[in-house]
Write a new protein. Structure first.
Length: 294
């Protein structure tokens, strides 16, 4: 996520810094305060600007980029390719994908969010329902996935819980802030009354689940969180944590576009079912179904 300082936000918006501070005080510009400094997420500023545009009556909205931004999933990536939908995947993590979708930079967001208090809660629906900028959005189910700890073959450190990882000083591979797997890790730490600094985290962070697997296979890390399918593909041990919903969020009118319809039709295909069974760790019961409408 790109963050602007007050001076950078003023230049970006072509306003004086004093005006930015006035708007912060009035609560009329999107911002956040970190260690006493005001920061301005670029994606939120872009959405704020776009949502305040005055258009002539009857003017159609510009088409969104044919990109599904958000969480990476190997089965979704395969389905997008095999369906011939023509859409591209941008793996930036669940929260960043949602921000890009809200800013109008992507036709859909791929998400598997997790609540801090309960990693098993349906956070995707909760987050969408709690926003005030989703008036015409629809949440389409893709699958439920089994998330867990990835470990070297044989699980040499005998890790079964986050408490084990902390107690044994296991080197933990992390995902970027806002990624669904990282949100799950924070939820596990919260329930264990622990924080990230208790972990022996390795760097750099891993952009996707397969990168977690590679870090473990290369001996750079002992453990990380990813899906069973990733563990199976890499020949790693897997300790399950939770089954999670993995959804696509889109505008209702984009749902009916040919590219999105081609993908959603493929969600119900025998080819996808066979591929999911081969990869392991997927439940396609909700695939293609409308899970929430705003």
């Amino acid at each position: 996520m790109q963050l602007f300082t007050t001076a950078e936000a003023a230049r970006y918006l072509r306003l004086k810094e004093r005006k930015i501070y006035e708007m912060v005080a009035e609560g009329t510009v999107p911002c956040t305060k970190v260690t006493g400094r005001w920061l301005f997420p670029k994606a939120e500023l872009d959405h704020w600007l776009a949502s305040s545009v005055t258009r002539p009556a009857g003017m159609t909205l510009p088409d969104r980029a044919p990109i599904i931004a958000g969480s990476h999933d190997p089965l979704l990536e395969w389905a997008m390719r095999e369906s011939g939908c023509g859409l591209a995947m941008l793996a930036v993590g669940s929260e960043a994908g949602l921000a890009r979708f809200v800013a109008g930079e992507a036709i859909a967001a791929a998400m598997h969010l997790h609540a801090l208090e309960d990693p098993g809660a349906d956070a995707n629906v909760t987050v969408v329902a709690g926003r005030n900028d989703m008036q015409d959005a629809v949440l389409i189910g893709f699958c439920r996935r089994e998330q867990g700890f990835l470990l070297a073959p044989g699980n040499p450190l005998k890790i079964a819980t986050i408490e084990d990882a902390i107690a044994k000083g296991a080197r933990m591979a992390l995902r970027p802030a806002g990624a669904g797997a990282q949100l799950l890790l924070l939820s596990l730490l919260h329930r264990a009354k622990a924080t990230l600094d208790r972990l022996a985290a390795v760097s750099p962070v891993c952009p996707t689940g397969p990168d977690i697997a590679q870090a473990i296979r290369a001996g750079r890390a002992d453990v990380g969180i990813a899906t069973r399918s990733v563990a199976n593909a890499a020949g790693l041990d897997f300790v399950p944590i939770v089954w999670e919903p993995f959804d696509l969020l889109m505008r209702q009118h984009d749902y009916f576009r040919p590219a999105m319809q081609a993908l959603i039709r493929f969600f119900r295909s025998d080819e996808l079912i066979a591929r999911a069974q081969e990869m392991g760790g997927f439940d396609l019961s909700d695939s293609g179904k409308v899970r929430y409408v705003v």
